[in-house]
Design a protein around this ligand. Structure first.
Ligand SMILES: [Zn+2]
Length: 253
């Protein structure tokens, strides 16, 4: 992979970015005026696959199967423009939102191959619906960067981990994980909780003040709807996801 990257950079200049987890290096396209659009916020369109050397421009459609064919097509004399050879990589480090976005894409991309798919299909969920609503499936070891997992863990991993654990325990039929979207759930979320008294709720709260407030406001809505609710605090002042990852699971489940 490193070999293909350095061979490609020898031809095209420094890659604008390298998408390790997808095995692509992205360059300004040498076949159309791609790099000249950088000033206006243009994005590079030329990808080289780091596994097999396949290359393709998303804009002008130039493509070929190997770096050798790229060299041939450009001509032996062709050289990248000076600005392209100046290292632009690494660009700005990705933001938390971009990282999360990537984690979500990863989860979405595997939903149809996941064990959850049979269930979803049974409930009438089509691939189209899954796509439109962005359904995803949390896998125990997602093929994404460590930093993406960390970012995800800080916000929505509680939910993914809980769902995953429920799956491992084979409790899908009678247990579902509900994600309330942050410490202050929206009015819609509260309404949903009031309108679904047929369930028995178990709240796994964070040990901090925000966790206490979350549990109080969520239980108020659940009780208002007439359902039973219990709040549990994981041991050792751990957040639920940390506790579950370290082997804890509420014994009453
Ligand atoms: Zn092009």
């Amino acid at each position: 992979m490193e070999n293909i990257l350095s061979a490609a950079e020898e031809i095209l200049g420094t890659a604008v970015r390298v998408e390790d987890h997808r095995n692509w290096a992205i360059f300004w396209c040498p076949f159309h005026n791609d790099a000249s659009r950088e000033e206006e916020g243009g994005q590079p369109n030329f990808g080289v696959n780091l596994v097999n050397g396949y290359w393709k421009c998303l804009r002008c459609g130039a493509s070929g199967g190997s770096l050798k064919s790229l060299r041939t097509k450009l001509g032996q004399e062709w050289k990248p423009s000076v600005s392209v050879t100046t290292p632009t990589r690494p660009k700005r480090p990705p933001t938390q939102v971009q990282l999360l976005d990537e984690a979500v894409s990863e989860a979405r991309s595997c939903v149809q191959r996941s064990p959850a798919w049979n269930y979803l299909a049974e409930r009438g969920v089509t691939p189209y619906t899954a796509l439109v609503y962005g359904l995803g499936y949390g896998i125990p070891a997602p093929r994404v960067h460590r930093e993406i997992i960390d970012a995800a863990r800080q916000s929505m991993f509680d939910m993914l981990i809980t769902a995953q654990k429920i799956h491992q325990l084979g409790r899908e039929a009678d247990t579902v994980a509900v994600y309330t979207n942050g410490a202050s759930p929206s009015a819609k979320m509260h309404q949903w909780l009031r309108e679904h008294p047929q369930y028995e709720y178990l709240l796994l709260r964070d040990p901090d003040k925000a966790g206490v407030e979350w549990a109080q406001s969520v239980s108020a809505s659940i009780r208002h709807g007439g359902a039973k609710v219990r709040t549990l605090r994981p041991p050792d002042e751990l957040d639920p996801d940390e506790a579950i990852l370290s082997g804890w699971w509420p014994s009453i489940l």
